[in-house]
Design a protein around this ligand. Structure first.
Ligand code: FES
Length: 157
């Protein structure tokens, strides 16, 4: 079943779906969607250690000023980002160390609302699209939850 806020906008080749929230288009799902959600800074000065769903660890470079979602997509880390970083889903849910979490700005009310939908929410959970990297984030660990809840298509990945 497809949620009523998703509209198919292409029928040839791979399907493309437009997501609406409160009657405004907020993103796309499908093979034509952007994988980088805006400009990615040219240089990658820091590193992130990703703890994947299966427990494996991967270290990638990352750019200061990029979001965790952008870095994940740039380096093929399995983070969905169904709403393309507009804080309208919870599929970019990440779990941070307490010290990293404590040094971030407070989540907005909108982010808190989306986090409430996240599978496996923890006290140090954030949305990857809302965490913007600074030089202080060099060598942080970012854990991906075992599953995400994509309420647009009502399934677990
Ligand atoms: Fe949807 Fe982050 S990608 S909330």
């Amino acid at each position: 079943m497809i949620a009523s806020n998703i509209v198919k906008i292409a029928s040839k080749g791979q399907p493309l779906w437009k997501i609406h929230r409160l009657n405004k288009p907020i993103g796309l799902i499908g093979s034509q969607q952007s994988r980088f959600h805006g400009d990615y800074p040219k240089t990658e000065e820091i590193q992130i250690k990703w703890i994947l769903k299966d427990g494996k660890e991967v270290i990638t470079p990352a750019a200061i000023g990029a979001s965790l979602l952008q870095v994940a997509h740039r380096h093929n880390i399995q983070m969905e980002g169904a709403c393309e970083g507009v804080c309208a889903c919870s599929t970019c849910h990440v779990i941070l160390a307490k010290d990293v979490y404590d040094n971030l700005e407070e989540p907005t009310e909108k982010e808190d609302d989306m986090l409430d939908q996240a599978f496996g929410l923890t006290p140090t959970s954030r949305l990857g699209c809302q965490v913007i990297l600074t030089a202080e984030h060099n060598n942080i660990s970012v854990k991906l939850p075992k599953a995400t809840r994509n309420f647009y298509v009502v399934r677990f990945i």
